[in-house]
Design a protein around this ligand. Structure first.
Ligand code: GLA
Ligand code: ZN
Length: 676
């Protein structure tokens, strides 16, 4: 069963913490929720201490009351398991649940995300709580999803984790000889004779922070530690999930992810989740495309399935350096943007602003003033009304994209842990630049992983494809031969899974596919750049420049303007392979270049824009067998325009729109449905 199958409308509401308030307030909440059109609450996110006052004592009385209250008021529930922060008594009695930090310091009680993922005590109690909660609420029909812990994350460097790491390494490599090979331990005489000699890479061993950048002496060890840590924390998710599943076989289980969150490989996580959900907290300076990319990543790790927007602030955060307000209309706009990219819910953190501790100035549906008479509440109520009116809207519909951009956690870790060629390596930024340029061309874009099916796309773009895992190179070749267009660029193809260089010339396994040999790579400091030409225009070459030789590819242009010894060498190459084409971009450049280059690539590959829009207007589509929905979002400050190729119905206003050009007000949203 999928989580959104039985939804009659887009779930609207969010994190509700009545336990922080006296009961008189609860009735007030219910009135205001009704007024705002709120129908879904996430309960019990941080209540472990009250649910379990001591070792064998469990107390669900207050939660029972809250569940009854929201149920009597017709609301659906997302039930959290509360294990995102452990009780103080547990930390005192069982210090093994506490984490050890990067510097090797044992933590005391405090904060949240504070449990050691391999602590047997933590794991025992977390599983038990999930199981008890499931037993307590297994017949509660209005629970639409189970929400495990909260925003899992962090690292632990304790002895238990070190032992678990050794086991993980042994499981992966089987023998110590294989470990030595994988990590190239003959370098600096690091040869291990026994698994027990392996220690975690942190400030006490291989890693250090230099000039604000994390450095490691052994990339192989550090990358494997990150894989291990992600898996170790994931196993905490899985153990709770399995406990719930035992009691409620058809439960829909998730946890709230954080999109581009570096420590956890969400591609691996999504495979264990019934559906992906995530928390969207953009910086005020983020471009609409940057926010869109996070949604597309969250859809992508789940192989394209619709996801849940589990949290967003209705108005303001409190943890950014400068917490600017969401301007009028922006909360609505960003809510629909989530839906436009695959979300099937609109949920907030939080329903009522708390009065104490660090989130008391975080935005909420109900502010400290305690009434519905606020700008934010009025905007929430407006949107609430619309969401009731548009009903299921695009729930369950898929996003069809002809273009994919590859994103991969191993490559994120590996490129940024690399010592050389440049400290300016920024994996996420490099991928984002390509993504943003593509979105400006008004095409749907999937963010895919190395193990995704490439064959459904016309164009696959994989910048900084530094590490090639498994048989990816063969699948890339097959994709191109089958008619696909493939784009990659500088610092790609260098290493295999363990970060060992593939000898015989860069870009390693891609050399033959791309028809080039990269002999050397030059790196520039941020203030320096170079130039190259493309279609007679001059563009910036930044960060890195490869010195490329052609081996079957043809040169689309060269470092024409470059005043350096490699003047005249190719920058952009293209190779025909079977029915498709492989492109190589030997440097990083700017939007000006990408706009031209990518429209050439897309044009040649037969990818057409969804429609025409003016510049600040975003467009995406979702569809099922019967109908197609076009989301048109005006992120600009002035009126925009867009073209409709066919007649359709605008769902929010109910107005029929004829094909042709249409206007859209600043910050407004049009959701246009047409039968297929
Ligand atoms: C996260 C958490 C919430 C809350 C918000 C504040 O997303 O899941 O509990 O702390 O941040 O922005
Ligand atoms: Zn630990």
């Amino acid at each position: 069963m999928s989580w959104n199958e039985n939804l009659k409308k887009v779930p609207y509401g969010g994190d509700y913490n009545p336990e922080q308030w006296p009961e008189e307030i609860w009735e007030e909440d219910m009135k205001l929720f009704k007024q705002a059109g709120i129908d879904t609450v996430t309960l019990n996110v941080f209540s472990w201490a009250s649910l379990q006052p001591s070792e064998d004592e469990y107390d669900f009385e207050r939660l029972d009351k809250i569940v009854k209250l929201v149920t009597d008021n017709g609301m659906n529930i997302i039930m959290a398991t509360s294990t995102g922060a452990h009780p103080a008594w547990m930390a005192k009695r069982h210090p093994d649940i506490l984490r050890t930090d990067f510097e090797g310091r044992k933590r005391k009680f405090g904060g949240r995300h504070n449990s050691c993922p391999t602590s047997p005590t933590y794991r025992m109690y977390a599983g038990r709580l999930a199981s008890r909660l499931a037993a307590q609420y297994k017949n509660q029909k209005n629970i639409i999803a189970w929400h495990i812990s909260n925003e899992f994350g962090g690292e632990c460097y304790c002895e238990s984790c070190e032992k678990a790491f050794r086991e993980w390494v042994q499981d992966r490599y089987k023998t110590i000889e294989e470990v030595n090979k994988a990590w190239n331990t003959s370098f600096w005489g690091h040869t291990f004779y026994d698994f027990d000699e392996i220690v975690l890479p942190n400030a006490l061993s291989e890693e250090s922070v230099w000039g604000g950048r994390l450095h490691t002496d052994f990339q192989g060890i550090s990358i494997d530690y990150r894989r291990f840590n992600s898996d170790a924390i994931l196993s905490c998710y899985c153990l709770e999930r399995d406990e719930i599943r035992k009691v409620i076989p058809d439960a829909n289980i998730t946890t709230n992810l954080m999109a581009f969150f570096k420590p956890l490989d969400y591609r691996r996580w999504a495979k264990e989740m019934d559906f992906v959900s995530w928390d969207n907290y953009p910086q005020p300076s983020d471009s609409p495309a940057r926010i869109a990319m996070s949604h597309d990543l969250m859809r992508g790790v789940g192989d394209g399935a619709p996801f849940a927007l589990m949290e967003q602030t209705p108005s303001v955060t409190n943890w950014q350096p400068y917490n600017s307000l969401k301007r009028p209309g922006v909360m609505r706009l960003w809510s629909y943007q989530a839906m436009a990219h695959g979300a099937d819910s609109v949920l907030f953190f939080q329903m009522r602003r708390s009065i104490g501790a660090c989130e008391k100035y975080h935005g909420a549906v109900i502010d400290h003033v305690g009434t519905g008479n606020t700008r934010v509440f009025r905007e929430i109520t407006e949107l609430g009304k619309e969401l009731w009116e548009i009903g299921r809207c695009s729930i369950g519909m898929e996003t069809k994209s002809e273009v994919a951009v590859m994103f991969d956690w191993d490559n994120w870790w590996a490129t940024e842990l690399s010592a050389g060629p440049t400290n300016e390596m920024n994996y996420r930024e490099t991928i984002t630049q390509y993504y943003e340029s593509l979105r400006k061309l008004n095409v749907n874009v999937d963010i895919i992983s190395q193990d995704s099916d490439l064959t459904k796309y016309k164009v696959v773009i994989a910048p900084l494809l530094y590490m090639i895992k498994d048989d990816l190179d063969q699948r890339i070749r097959a994709f191109i031969e089958g008619g696909g267009s493939f784009v990659t660029g500088v610092f790609s193809g260098y290493v295999q899974e363990s970060d060992l260089v593939i000898t015989g010339g860069y870009p390693g396994k891609l050399r033959d596919i791309l028809g080039i040999w990269v002999e050397e790579t030059d790196a520039f400091p941020p203030e320096k750049h170079n130039h190259f030409s493309y279609h007679g225009q001059r563009y910036f070459a930044r960060k890195m420049c490869d010195l490329v030789h052609l081996e079957g590819a043809k040169m689309l242009d060269d470092y024409g303007y470059l005043e350096d010894f490699y003047q005249g060498m190719p920058v952009i190459t293209s190779r025909k392979l079977g029915g498709g084409r492989a492109y190589y971009v030997a440097t990083e450049s700017d939007e000006d270049f990408r706009a031209v280059f990518l429209s050439d690539v897309l044009g040649k590959a037969g990818v057409h824009p969804l429609t025409f829009t003016s510049s600040d207007v975003e467009v995406t589509s979702r569809e099922n067998d019967e109908e197609k929905i076009l989301y048109v979002l005006n992120h600009g400050e002035s009126e925009g325009i867009y073209e409709l190729h066919e007649d359709g119905t605008e769902l929010i206003s109910g107005i029929e729109l004829a094909s042709g050009m249409h206007r859209i007000a600043p910050k407004d949203v049009h959701i246009i449905r047409r039968p297929k």
